[in-house]
Ligand binder design. Structure first.
Ligand code: AP5
Length: 214
């Protein structure tokens, strides 16, 4: 099964995708995480992506499409996938459909998370992440036990370079202009498009998402 998780920055895509994949044994493919890893490793991809990401703009379609196609092509076709942060534009969605057709696969569910902008801004500016084990915290909603320190592995927590109030507003604008049209794009296709209120507890959102893919 191929599941697309759509939604604005900070709505909880990463949080929910990890939980869903743990529960179902699916593979979590998060383009933002892949690009941040490439930045940390100083690869050519990371260098190309950095300026776009830091401004809150989308990385060019050709770069992203090549990265995701390579990754999907290497996966066991029997393994379910949750796509988090991809596709983000209509050309990316079209490229995904073509790549999946070549693999004799298709998109099976499109899950759309929603929340008011003020909730998104508070979540994003309060987010802290562990660069060592990937755990995600929030100073407002789910703080670590020790300020600035990962509960799971003890590493120092970091604040994403694109989580500043100015960049967040640009990311929200980019989402409305370039990514939200995908809801209409997929609504005319075969896969069910299911909207879930992301402005509830993590467990509440997860329960609705899990029943949407059951
Ligand atoms: P990406 O990393 O995908 O960022 P995003 O879409 O902006 O989403 P976020 O990671 O900010 O939020 P999220 O929805 O995953 O929320 P999270 O679960 O962390 O992309 C970053 C950049 O990479 C893009 O701007 C672009 O430049 C580039 N890029 C990536 N993919 C691309 C593509 N396909 N094409 C082109 N460019 C691309 O939660 C947020 C916070 O809220 C956390 O602190 C969490 O603990 C908390 N939280 C979550 N759920 C709840 C809840 N229910 N209640 C309370 N707090 C909660």
């Amino acid at each position: 099964m191929i599941v697309i998780l759509l939604g604005p920055p900070g709505v909880g895509k990463g949080t929910q995708a990890k939980l869903l994949c743990d529960k179902l044994g699916f593979r979590h493919v998060a383009t933002g995480d892949l690009l941040r890893a490439a930045k940390r490793e100083g690869t050519e991809l990371g260098r190309r992506a950095q300026a776009f990401m830091d401004r809150g703009e989308l990385v060019p379609d050709d770069v992203i499409i090549a990265m995701v196609e390579e990754l999907l092509g290497a996966l066991d076709p029997e393994v379910g996938v949750v796509l988090d942060g991809f596709p983000r534009t209509v050309p990316q969605a079209e490229a995904l459909a073509e790549a999946l057709a070549r693999m004799d696969r298709k998109v099976d569910r499109v899950l759309v998370l929603t929340a008011p902008d003020e909730v998104l801004v508070k979540r994003i500016t309060g987010r802290r992440s562990c660069p060592a084990c990937g755990s995600v915290y929030n100073v407002h909603f789910s703080p670590p036990r020790q300020d600035g320190e990962c509960d799971r592995c003890g590493a120092g927590l970091s604040h994403r370079a694109d989580d500043t109030p100015e960049t967040v507003q640009n990311r929200l604008d980019v989402y409305r202009e370039q990514t939200e049209p995908l809801v209409a794009f997929y609504s005319s296709g075969e896969a069910p498009v299911i909207s879930v209120d992301g402005d509830q507890s993590v467990d509440g959102v997860q329960a609705e998402l899990a029943s949407a893919v059951a």
